[in-house]
Design a protein around this ligand. Structure first.
Ligand code: PLP
Length: 390
């Protein structure tokens, strides 16, 4: 039996970029003590208070089908939060609840892409982007952001690819680079979208993990609300990665059409998870700050450790829960570095190449293990890098 071309081409004939993560899982199953610095999964887990609310809601009967676009109360809670943080008028008709940001990214593209449309995204990018865009029927087009520009994309680079394109996907704070797009970068992006009539899809899942600068949502820029679709979730902000809960914010007609997509695909999100999401959001920003704090601290630790040597260079991270290291001085590619590091030292990091050509020669380290473990792994990683300096 023949599978569809579409499913077989999700990875564009290449890999999905998660090989090191998968290799680490095999080693762990074999009983090896691998230090996992790959995926963005918090070491603290979801708070007991949120879990209690989930359990309470399930026991109280929220175990049946939940309202398809999201419960009224959760949509209202999200709308209020988005309006308060962005200043853009937002009502429940602007909010669709989805099972995580990943589902939101797919839905947003599905809403605007016709089969074969070119969909732009910035490189370096979150590893799933090209596959997600292909799943929605798009031809993904990577627009490089450059290290020498702090990985802030340039309007000229986007404009060069914009003719005939349908959409642009951005992500600030950025995974993997940690770049937080400045006001001028966002305004330039908005300008290109207006000039070339592009939908702008803004992935803001690291909105509350910012160490330098401010989060700017492009939906709040003049004339941008109607063409911007924002994707967000509680995965990173509330350490709820496994609960699969997020949202899409857009103009009401977009949300109305997307509700049809949800009806015919996921059929909504678990009721007790939605109830826990309401509870989590109502705890206020101090909870998000507490969830973000270990990453802020560990970023400081990494700055200190990297400053002690001059083989690996730190890409200055302004936000998100990772740091990227430029390891080109070792003469190894990011892939070679990550492969050797896991086999020889049982330390799993992501090769930059998993995040696009613009991140080649780098590795990404997730700051998701306790400080002493991170320090130990980083020291061993740096010794490994130094040993490759001949
Ligand atoms: N977008 C970015 C930039 C991410 O890094 C991730 C997860 O790591 C996601 C989206 C997916 O998040 P979620 O767990 O909400 O699906």
């Amino acid at each position: 039996m023949q599978l569809s071309d579409r499913i077989q081409s999700l990875n564009g004939g290449g890999s999905n970029g998660w090989e090191i993560y998968e290799r680490a899982q095999v080693l762990i199953r074999e009983g090896k003590a691998v230090t996992m610095l790959t995926v963005g999964d918090h070491d603290i887990g979801t708070s007991p208070e949120i879990l209690d609310e989930m359990y309470r809601a399930a026991k109280a009967g929220k175990t049946g089908y939940a309202a398809i676009p999201g419960t009224y109360e959760l949509r209202q809670t999200v709308a209020k939060r988005v309006e308060a943080t962005s200043g853009v008028a937002t009502g429940i008709d602007n909010v669709l609840i989805v099972p995580g940001g990943q589902a939101g990214l797919f839905a947003a593209h599905f809403a605007v892409i016709n089969p074969g449309d070119r969909a732009l995204h910035i490189d370096p990018y979150y590893a799933t982007y090209p596959g997600t865009l292909r799943a929605a029927g798009a031809v993904p087009v990577a627009v490089p952001a450059h290290a020498e520009n702090g990985f802030q994309p340039l309007a000229s680079d986007i404009a060069a690819q914009a003719p005939g394109a349908k959409s642009l996907l951005i992500n600030s704070p950025n995974n993997p680079t940690g770049a937080v797009y400045s006001q001028s970068t966002m305004e330039a992006i908005a300008g290109v979208c207006q000039d070339h009539d592009l939908w702008l899809i803004s992935d803001e899942v690291y909105e509350f993990q910012i160490w330098e600068g401010n989060h700017i949502t492009p939906r709040a820029l003049p004339e941008m609300a109607a063409r911007t679709i924002v994707v967000n979730s509680l995965s990173k902000s509330h350490a709820m990665t496994g609960s699969r809960i997020g949202w899409v914010v857009a103009d009401a007609p977009v949300i109305a059409e997307l509700t049809e997509l949800v009806t015919n695909t996921t059929y909504g999100v678990t009721g007790y998870i939605q109830q826990a999401a309401i509870f989590a959001l109502n705890q206020g920003e101090s909870v998000e700050a507490a969830v973000a704090e270990p990453f802020r601290r560990r970023r400081g630790l990494m700055q200190k450790l990297i400053a002690e040597q001059n083989v690996a260079r730190l890409v200055p991270a302004q936000g998100a829960m990772y740091v990227m290291l430029d390891i080109r001085a070792t003469g190894l590619s990011g892939k070679e570095f990550a492969n050797q590091l896991i086999e020889e030292h049982l330390i799993a990091v992501m090769p930059g190449e998993s995040f696009g050509a613009a991140a080649a020669g780098h590795i990404r380290i997730a700051l998701t293990v306790e400080d002493s473990k991170l320090e130990d792994a980083t020291r061993r990683l740096l010794a490994f890098a130094t040993s490759h300096m001949g």
